[in-house]
Design a protein around this ligand. Structure first.
Ligand SMILES: [Zn+2]
Length: 154
């Protein structure tokens, strides 16, 4: 974990190719990053995306939520976020095919080209967790690709 000195700043890593900030902290049951903040002397759980957006762009109207321009629900880069309603979010997800394929239901089948890409990213120093997020698989899956338990011939 990179120490930048705040509960938000210490909990993400920038992903060099996409520019996504990969949230490493806690997530809620929908897979979105969350953090605790003390507001009026009470601890409240807030969405990391909303926190990040407001920090950069100012307060968000109630009823709106921070949505992703990128395809990475766990990304907290304020430049990848925009404000919309939950309806926009659902609409967006359907458009991108996420609802039908259940992005998080299990490791997607990776293609040979993706294995090559993962291996080349590993050589360049990409972390297993950032690759896991990018390719929508478990971190253990990336480890097995790295150690050539999976795809030994590629
Ligand atoms: Zn992003």
């Amino acid at each position: 974990v990179i120490k930048r000195g705040s509960p938000f700043e210490d909990r993400y890593i920038p992903e060099p190719n996409s520019g996504c900030w990969i949230w490493l902290g806690a997530t809620n049951n929908k897979g979105y990053g969350v953090l605790s903040r003390k507001i009026n002397d009470k601890w409240k759980v807030v969405l990391a995306t909303r926190f990040s957006y407001e920090r950069r762009h100012g307060a968000v109207q109630s009823g709106l939520c921070a949505l992703h321009k990128c395809d990475t629900p766990i990304c907290v880069n304020p430049d990848h976020l925009f404000m919309g309603t939950k309806h926009d979010n659902t609409h967006d997800a359907i458009k991108k095919g996420r609802m039908h394929h259940g992005e998080r239901s299990g490791p997607a089948k990776l293609k040979r080209e993706q294995i090559l890409e993962i291996r080349s990213e590993l050589v360049k120093g990409a972390t297993h967790s950032s690759l896991a997020v990018r390719f929508h698989v478990d971190r253990s899956h990336i480890s097995r690709i790295a150690s050539r338990q999976y795809w030994p011939s590629v």
